[in-house]
Design a protein around this ligand. Structure first.
Ligand SMILES: Nc1ncnc2c1ncn2[C@@H]1O[C@H](COP(=O)(O)OP(=O)(O)O)[C@@H](O)[C@H]1O
Ligand SMILES: [Mg+2]
Length: 364
C-alpha cells in the first residue's frame, strides 16, 4: 500500500514538473508542498530545499504582496482566475504572467491547501496584437483599393468615349493607343478587385448569398465569357446528371471557375483542349478543370494557393497576373465548406479539382 502511495506521489510530481506552467502547491499553513521548475524559473527561486517552507521566505519580497492577496482571495472565494502581473526575467525583459489559483478541499469541504498556476501570456498578447494589426492592414487595403477604383472607373469610361470618337474619325493610330490604355486600365481594375476580394476573405467579411444553383450553369456562363478571347482552345463541358443543385453563392462561384478556366487558358500558350468534368463520387461533388498546358513542378504545387505566389520560369515569362487568383479561389471554395486540390506535371498540364460535400444541397 505504501509502495503504491509512493509511486503515485512520484507520478504527481513528474506530472507537475512536465506541465508547461509554473505551479506551486501550498498546504493550509501556506507551506510549500510542490514547486516546479517553471515556477522557480519565472520567479527566480532556488528550487533546492524549498519544500516545507512558508512561501514568504522563498518568494522575492516585491512579489510577496501579490501572492498574499491572491492566497487570501482564494481562501475566501475558492479560486482566482488570470490575475495578470509583470515579471522581469533575465536581461531585464518584462513578461506578462497570468496567475490563477484554486483552493484544495477534502470531501467534507475542509480547506487543506491551494494550487497556484502561472501562465506566460506574452505570446498570447503578441498574437492578439498581430491579429489587430492584420485587421488594420485588411481594412486599410480595402479602403485604399476602393479609393483607387473611383478614378479608374472614370478613366475607363472616358477612354471608352475617346475610342468611339477615334473610330468615328477613322484615327487608326489613336485608336490603337486607346485600345492599349483600355486594356491596361482593365487589368488594373482586375488587380484592385483581386486585392479587395483577398482582403475580404482574410478578414472573414466575405458574405455568401447562397441559393440553389447548378454548377454546370455556372461553368457554362464562365465559358461564354472567356470563349471570345480563346480562339485557340476547344472547351468540353461534361457534367453527370446525378449532380444536384447546391447551395452556393453564384457570383462568388463564378469567380472561382473564371479564375480556374482563365489560368487554364493563360498557362496553355499552345492552346488546345480544356475539359471541365462534373461528377459525384462518394459523398462529394467534383468539378475538374483540366488543361494540357505548361503544368508545374512539385515545388510549385506546394505553394500554388499562397497569396502572391507565381511561378517564375521561361514558360511563364510574359504572362501577367497578381498571384492572388488561386488564393481567392481557395478562400471562396473553403467558405462554402469545400476543398480544392491540384494535380499537375511539368510540360503535361494540370487538373484543378473543386470538391463540395453533397450535404450542401440541404443546409445553408
Ligand atoms: N493551370 C495552370 N497551369 C500551370 N500553372 C498554373 C496554372 N494555374 C496557376 N498556375 C501557376 O500558379 C500561379 C498562381 O496562380 P494565380 O493565383 O491564379 O495567379 P496569377 O494567375 O495571377 O499569376 C501562376 O502564376 C502560375 O505560375
Ligand atoms: Mg490566375
Amino acid at each position: 500500500m505504501k509502495e503504491h502511495t509512493r509511486s503515485f506521489n512520484g507520478f504527481i510530481h513528474s506530472l507537475i514538473e512536465s506541465l508547461p506552467y509554473g505551479i506551486m502547491v501550498l498546504d493550509h499553513d501556506d507551506r510549500i508542498q510542490e514547486l516546479n521548475r517553471n515556477f522557480s524559473f519565472i520567479f527566480n527561486i532556488n528550487i533546492a530545499d524549498v519544500k516545507g517552507k512558508n512561501y514568504k521566505e522563498v518568494i522575492e519580497s516585491k512579489f510577496v504582496q501579490v501572492f498574499s492577496n491572491l492566497i487570501e482571495d482564494t481562501k475566501v472565494k475558492g479560486f482566482v482566475m488570470d490575475r495578470q502581473i509583470s515579471v522581469p526575467i533575465l536581461g531585464g525583459v518584462e513578461i506578462t504572467i497570468a496567475l490563477s489559483s484554486s483552493a484544495l478541499k477534502d470531501k467534507d469541504n475542509n480547506f487543506y491547501g491551494l494550487t497556484i498556476i502561472c501562465r506566460e501570456m506574452t505570446a498570447t498578447r503578441e498574437l492578439e496584437r498581430m491579429r489587430e494589426l492584420d485587421k488594420l492592414k485588411s481594412d486599410f487595403i480595402s479602403s485604399v483599393s476602393h479609393d483607387l477604383k473611383t478614378p479608374l472607373t472614370s478613366i475607363i469610361g472616358y477612354t471608352d468615349i475617346l475610342m468611339q470618337l477615334a473610330k468615328e474619325k477613322s484615327l487608326s493610330e489613336e485608336s490603337d493607343y486607346l485600345k492599349i490604355i483600355m486594356q491596361e486600365a482593365m487589368r488594373f481594375a482586375r488587380m484592385i478587385d483581386d486585392i479587395i476580394n483577398m482582403a475580404k476573405i482574410e478578414s472573414g467579411k466575405l458574405q455568401l448569398k447562397k441559393e440553389l444553383v447548378s454548377l454546370k450553369e455556372i461553368v457554362e456562363e464562365v465559358i461564354k465569357i472567356v470563349i471570345v478571347q480563346a480562339e485557340k482552345f476547344k472547351f468540353i463541358v461534361n457534367f453527370d446528371n446525378s449532380i444536384p443543385l447546391l447551395l452556393i453563392d453564384k457570383a462568388q462561384m463564378k469567380r472561382v471557375f473564371l479564375n480556374l478556366v482563365s489560368n487554364a487558358i493563360k498557362y496553355s500558350p499552345q492552346g488546345g483542349e480544356i475539359r471541365i468534368d462534373g461528377y459525384t463520387k462518394g459523398d462529394n461533388v467534383y468539378v475538374d478543370v483540366i488543361d494540357h498546358g505548361i503544368g508545374m513542378s512539385e515545388e510549385a504545387l506546394s505553394h500554388m494557393f499562397e497569396k502572391f505566389y507565381r511561378v517564375e520560369s521561361d514558360a511563364t515569362k510574359g504572362i501577367t497576373g497578381t498571384g492572388l487568383g488561386l488564393a481567392i479561389t481557395k478562400g471562396i471554395v473553403e467558405a462554402h465548406g469545400g476543398t480544392i486540390v491540384v494535380r499537375s506535371k511539368l510540360g503535361e498540364g494540370s487538373t484543378f479539382s473543386v470538391i463540395f460535400p453533397l450535404t450542401m444541397k440541404k443546409s445553408i
